[in-house]
Write a protein of this length. Structure first.
Length: 460
């Protein structure tokens, strides 16, 4: 007879009641404290659904990879996101997800990475031109700059459109600021609503803001699609982008309808834009507080790139330290800081019973700080991701892009974009911290509270 699964430990009801303010002010920090106090599988005193936090790499692999068929995404988290992204790749499940993944996969082949690199180089040049108009020693909002620059990349690479300038100024539909503000506003509102105990049918002050934000997003993307349809097919021999493939996609169920097309474009915009922007913003934050790490990075960039050279796809293999810096920043500040699953059947995780219908929380913020998987886990140490050490990373301990079949389809493109943008910008500028402390807003992604002002220093 096998060993009977145990009941997982966890906080009592009064502990949770006292912790409510903390969960709202610092949810990642709260989850980390829970793991430190109660262990790798924790059961919360929440009756419906029974809720667990799984933090050990073995348990993570069980839920997201090896035993993934026993779980789906029918959770509050993904229902919340679907208010913005609809039933796109991020939130869909089952046969719909498999179909959409199959139709979108060709947009992420190796040739796409070359296109991503080309667009990244052009976007980096434009960002450097903007910073060229700023005096040395001035304070710049790096968070806003990274949002703008990554939107430039994703717009051109996946939609074949300049989402950063079309439509004029003023922050309306079609401009970078208007689109960025709309995405952030929509995500902020749906997350805030998910954190209230009120039913969805109860109107809240943010509902009108959400409606305006969705109208801006939908209007901008509808304009992009209309322009593409008016243009017609690409010339023979030209590589299609994501929008081309989705417009042409068809299978036994016919072509993708306009609503599904919209949902996939919004998903690509959120996943391909805000997550990369967040990763780069936190990378700059970490470098600004660690001059030794910044010098270590600059040594490589000075050796690989000329004074005015912007890196391309051919430079990626040589940018070993640059990639390691990005990977370590993704460890400490994973943009997707929490993922959730619903148990479809009774399961056992780490020796503990997980009943069917349970909500299982996996937080990369917590897993990436597991003391059994990472030496000195709170330390910013990019060298841990150098090629000679990468093989020592514990399976299931590093998941900035998820794990298992739901591994992010755009992982390769995001890493090329992030590596090349970091290299291009850090070759020409250094950024110094100006705040003693930077707050973290745990929304859909991790955002710096009130932006990230850093002091700009030019490099020779």
């Amino acid at each position: 007879m096998g060993t009977r699964p145990r009941t997982a430990p966890g906080p009592e009801g009064l502990d949770m009641l006292r912790a409510v303010p903390r969960t709202r002010a610092d949810a990642p920090g709260f989850l980390l404290e829970v793991q430190r106090r109660w262990g790798d599988v924790v059961q919360f005193p929440v009756p419906r659904p029974t809720t667990f936090l799984v933090s050990h790499p073995d348990g993570v692999r069980r839920v997201l990879q090896d035993g993934h068929k026993a779980y789906d995404k029918a959770t509050v988290q993904y229902r919340t996101l679907s208010a913005v992204s609809g039933r796109g790749l991020l939130t869909s499940d089952g046969e719909l997800w498999r179909r959409q993944r199959r139709l979108a996969q060709p947009a992420f082949h190796d040739r796409t990475l070359v296109a991503v690199a080309e667009r990244t180089g052009a976007a980096a040049r434009r960002q450097l031109e903007r910073w060229a108009g700023v005096r040395d020693g001035a304070v710049v909002d790096v968070d806003a700059a990274m949002m703008h620059t990554t939107l430039d990349v994703v717009g051109g690479t996946f939609f074949g459109a300049d989402l950063t300038g079309a439509g004029g100024a003023g922050g309306g539909a079609g401009t970078a600021q208007g689109l960025v503000d709309a995405v952030l506003a929509a995500l902020e509102v749906v997350v805030a609503r998910a954190r209230t105990p009120l039913p969805a049918r109860v109107p809240l002050p943010g509902d009108r803001r959400l409606a305006r934000a969705l109208a801006t997003i939908d209007g901008t993307l509808a304009g992009v699609v209309a322009a593409r349809r008016a243009r017609g097919p690409r010339p023979a021999g030209a590589d299609p982008d994501l929008l081309d493939l989705l417009l042409a996609a068809t299978d036994g169920d016919g072509p993708m309808d306009d609503r599904q097309l919209r949902d996939e474009l919004v998903t690509a915009l959120v996943a391909g834009h805000e997550t990369v922007a967040s990763a780069l913003t936190w990378t700059w934050h970490l470098l600004s507080r660690d001059p030794a790490a910044a010098r270590w990075l600059h040594e490589e960039l000075d050796a690989v790139l000329g004074p005015d050279e912007v890196p391309g796809h051919e430079h990626v293999p040589a940018l070993v330290r640059t990639r390691a810096v990005l990977d370590e920043a993704l460890r400490l500040f994973p943009p997707a800081w929490v993922v959730t699953r619903r148990a479809l059947q009774d399961d056992v995780v780490g020796g503990y019973a997980v009943p069917a219908g349970s909500l299982v929380i996996v937080s990369p913020w917590v897993v990436h700080r597991h003391p059994g998987a990472w030496a000195d886990p709170e330390r910013f140490d990019p060298a841990r991701f150098l090629p000679e050490r990468r093989g020592t990373v514990v399976r299931g301990a590093y998941l900035p892009f998820g794990a298992g079949p739901r591994l992010c389809i755009g992982r390769g493109a995001a890493l090329v974009e992030g590596t090349l943008l970091l290299a291009a910008l850090a070759r020409r500028v250094g950024l110094e911290a100006v705040r003693a402390r930077v707050g973290v807003d745990a929304l859909v992604t991790l955002r710096p509270r009130d932006g990230l002002p850093l002091r700009l220093r030019r490099r020779a």
